[in-house]
Ligand binder design. Structure first.
Ligand SMILES: Cc1cc2nc3c(=O)[nH]c(=O)nc-3n(C[C@H](O)[C@H](O)[C@H](O)COP(=O)(O)OP(=O)(O)OC[C@H]3O[C@@H](n4cnc5c(N)ncnc54)[C@H](O)[C@@H]3O)c2cc1C
Length: 453
């Protein structure tokens, strides 16, 4: 029957494309449904940092072979082509609102070492997805663009997918890889009982001609603490524009009703960081809004597997998304070969998810990236950052950074005890307080309602 497949993949991002490629390579009939007309056009905000070439993320140590143009995932046993640009960067700097900086990696020392000293590299999501799309086409994946999926439900032995245009697609299995606002997860009731922590909105521009203290580094200014806190973010792009370096400059906060353009202007024109942007030229605008949920513990229902951001807390990162897509695709291949069209047939994927995501990546640690400007006011952050004198390890892992910051805070506890005993409860809260307590206001301010409740 037309529109009936072994596997239907929803979403042509890193997770969905990898899942589709993997299943098609094994000979399955695969349909890929994507709501955008051109999936490789990246409209949604993304830092495009490779997480990570220098440490482990989800137990994997990703390798980029520049000669062979291959991204390799040795522990997982697969590789993907990448023929786009890359640029190395050397450190991660988090700035307090007024004066101080905590640094992950010494920029001078690391950049002098070249590749040996890099924190990681940035790459181009557009090139990456373009290559995967070409491979999927060559392998016979039927790609349906401009198809906005509304729902998935099991009817008899098949999963039926309904699109906004009224089309129906049927599959033995489906993989929902429709990103962090997953409509499939919502339509199947998967978000019920899932912790919700905030709605984050980010607005920004790709800019040239910036005057940064360290051009090839990730800069993360905490522009304002309190209610609501506001964070900036500057990261090099892998490509140049008219011969000039390009950076992504963005601001994020948790109040959807805020005037984000005005906040961006304040950050780039009035804050202490304004000198970085004097003379800067805006090349392209981008942005995104996302609801932050706790991860799905069991990413499966009615023969639909959830992969990548669709089941994650906030973001799997592109590397986490491809690992998840690859593993989900592989499990469906086995289930089809063994004619076991049940949850048991894809248990391999669910076990992988449990071990590598739920147990290895504690989402509560990830949420601590939001804690500091909520627990402390501007002056308190200035004081704490000034007291941390050491350069912290060079890492690019959003789960490792709060852990390392927590360790650095623990080390300065005796000094803080003497100088600012009033801050002890806040420092211990950074490591110990549950997200439900610290993020209470952002939870209540989520979706489209005022933050000041
Ligand atoms: C501000 C920000 C910065 C980031 N920085 C980095 C970074 O530096 N490095 C990094 O690796 N990752 C970064 N990420 C995370 C990264 O972008 C994601 O983790 C990754 O893209 C997830 O891949 P995915 O395939 O699961 O989902 P997505 O990339 O979101 O792809 C989902 C696809 O599904 C499609 N879709 C959605 N709904 C439907 C529907 N109803 N029907 C049909 N199609 C649908 C979408 O159009 C999209 O093509 C960042 C994210 C944000 C928000």
């Amino acid at each position: 029957m037309e529109n009936t497949f072994d596997l239907i993949v929803i979403g042509a991002g890193p997770a969905g494309l990898t899942a589709a490629k993997c299943a098609a390579e094994a000979g399955l009939s695969v349909a890929l449904l994507e709501r955008k007309d051109t999936p490789q056009d990246i409209l949604r905000m993304c830092g495009m940092m490779l997480v990570t070439l220098t440490g482990r993320y989800m137990g994997e140590r990703t390798v980029y072979n520049e000669q062979a143009r291959k991204l390799m995932f040795p522990h997982n046993g697969f590789s993907l082509n990448y023929d786009g640009p890359t640029k190395d960067f050397y450190s991660w700097h988090i700035y307090s609102p007024h004066e101080e900086t905590v640094v992950f990696g010494d920029y001078g020392v690391n950049s002098a070492k070249g590749k040996e000293g890099r924190a990681s590299a940035v790459y181009s999501k557009g090139h990456f997805l373009s290559g995967l799309l070409d491979e999927c086409r060559r392998l016979g994946v039927k790609i349906f663009t401009g198809e906005n999926v509304l729902s998935a439900r099991k009817i008899g032995d098949t999963v039926e997918i309904l699109t906004a245009g009224g089309k129906k697609f049927k599959g033995v299995f489906a993989i929902a890889a429709d990103g962090r606002q997953s409509r499939v997860a919502r339509s199947m009731g998967m978000n019920k009982g899932r912790g919700f922590y905030c709605t984050i909105t980010s607005v920004g521009y790709e800019m040239t001609n910036l005057n940064l203290p360290q051009p090839y580094a990730l800069h993360q200014p905490l522009v304002k603490s309190g209610n609501p806190p506001m964070m900036g973010f500057v990261v090099p792009r892998a490509w140049n524009h008219e011969g000039e370096d390009v950076w992504l400059v963005m601001i994020s906060n948790v109040d959807m009703n805020a005037d984000h353009e005005a906040i961006f202007d304040d950050f780039t024109m009035k804050s202490r960081f304004a000198p970085w942007f004097k003379g800067g030229r805006k090349v392209r605008r981008c942005g995104c809004t996302g609801n932050m949920y706790a991860p799905l513990v069991n990413p499966f229902k009615d023969n639909v597997l959830f992969a990548g951001d669709a089941g994650w807390c906030q973001e799997a990162e592109m590397t986490g998304a491809v690992m998840s897509g690859w593993k989900a695709g592989t499990s469906v291949v086995y289930a089809m070969m063994e004619k076991n069209h049940t949850q048991q047939g894809v248990q391999d994927y669910l076990d992988w998810w449990k071990t590598n995501h739920i147990e290895k990546l504690d989402y509560q640690v990830f949420l601590r990236n939001l804690y500091m400007p909520i627990l402390c006011n501007d002056a308190e952050i200035d004081y704490l950052f000034n007291t941390i004198k050491e350069t912290l390890p060079t890492v690019l892992d959003p789960y490792e950074v709060p852990e390392n910051l927590g360790r650095a805070l623990a080390k300065i506890l005796p000094q803080v005890q003497q100088e600012r005993p009033d801050l002890i409860a806040k420092i211990t809260g950074f490591a110990k307080l549950p997200p439900e307590e610290v993020l209470r206001k952002t939870i209540r301010g989520g979706f489209n309602c005022s933050f000041t409740i």
